[in-house]
Structures are given as structure tokens and as C-alpha cells.
Design a protein. Sequence first.
Length: 139
Amino acid sequence: MNFLTLSTLSLSLFILPVSAQTVQFNIEGIQHDKGKLYIQLFKGENNFKKGKAHNEAIVNAKKGQLTVTFNNVEPGDYAIRYFHDENSNRDFDNNMFGMPIEGYGFSNNAPVNFGPPSYQQMTFMVSNVTVINSSTVNY
């Protein structure tokens, strides 16, 4: 293998990771500092339906707004869902009728109408630039 080929191969190995991007997710309207927020980043609709998160973050609740950053995100379509575990039991609590009693939300601030939004309503694309997405907590 000559020096030029080896140099080109080495350079390409350093260039490949550059395609991974950052996803910055802003959560607004957090009512108090109690508990934690569980945030899941899903790549592709099939993984979302299976509940197989590509990446997850657990952060302490902070009244008002907080930002979660996912690094090294490969290009593709993604969705985020989250909940505010106010009582720190690590579960998304519902009442006896199945209605949520803790805060929750989705990427694109996707609306909730008689059930969670579709994957398409939550989807955003990651390509070659940093992605910034926001959501307001539904309580």
C-alpha cells in the first residue's frame, strides 16, 4: 500500500464521524423542581413503535425551561417523547381512566387529541446541521 493510499484511507476515517450531528431539545413550561424528566430519542418509526430508544436522558426537573442535548446523532428521521416523573417512582403515572397525571410531551410540540400523536407529527430530520426542537409540557 503506498503512502498516498494510506493517507487517503486515514483521512477518510477521520471524516466519517463528522456526519453525526447534535440535537438540542428545549422543554418549556415545567411547573416545578420536583422529580426528574425522562427523555427518549427514537430513530425511525419501527423503533418508536417497539419502544426501542436510540438514546435516553434523565435530568432533574427545573421549573421553567431546560435543554437536553443529544450528541453524535446520525442522519435520519427521529422523534422525542418525554415525561415529568414528579413523584420519582420512575413510571409515567395515569389515573384510573388511563389519563396522564404527570407532565408529558413530544417533539415538534405535537398535539395530543384523544391519545398520543402519530410518529409523523413528532418526526424531525437530522442531516448535516445541528437540530433545535422545542416542546411545552402538557400537565
